[in-house]
Design a protein around this ligand. Sequence first.
Ligand SMILES: C[S@@+](CC[C@H](N)C(=O)[O-])C[C@H]1O[C@@H](n2cnc3c(N)ncnc32)[C@H](O)[C@@H]1O
Length: 192
Amino acid sequence: MSRISDKLLSRDEHVCPWWLAWTFDNPLRKWLHDPRQILGAHVREGMTVADIGCGMGYFSVAMAKMVGPAGKVLAVDLQQMMLDLCRKRAYRAGVSRQIETVLCAADDIALSQPVDFILAFWMVHEVKDIPRFFGQVASVLKTGGKMLYAEPRMHVTRNRFEEILGHARSAGFTVAGGPKVGMSRAKILVKG
Ligand SMILES: C[S@@+](CC[C@H](N)C(=O)[O-])C[C@H]1O[C@@H](n2cnc3c(N)ncnc32)[C@H](O)[C@@H]1O
């Protein structure tokens, strides 16, 4: 494969660069991924939530509106550029105060405070050590707390998705219903 197609199509060990994120995170996205429809049943006012692998903050900003001034969104990513774009977006949307950006490392989500809800949208397939990732996520999610885990169908096969759910179970999660999310495989995980 050429280097460009390698970057665009690789299914493994590929971290989505900021310039590629514009291909799906653009003004048309709200028709495919309506944050209130996807997250409305789980995110409530006053919650502390984490958007891990937040990218340019599409869901972080939406969740900041849902948790309101009494809540907080921890927007976590390993690319500073993504966090900068997320901050700009939050500022434009008037929710800067509710969003704290967190620069993490590939093997460390860099969170320690307990959270009520976690979103991992289209990012886990980019993580190198997935069992370790779920272990860290489980350690900060409150008992009974939920996590929405979603992957892009074009990058993650059904079998691979099931395999990753196995890692989530090993970390102590129960796999609950799967919300319908455009172009995605998605499950709600509950920390038991
Ligand atoms: C395809 S983008 C999705 C962004 C965002 N969740 C969304 O739906 O718009 C994947 C993001 O995950 C981030 N990422 C990849 N591996 C990560 C890791 N180990 N920890 C935190 N973020 C990671 C990438 O930097 C990128 O911003």
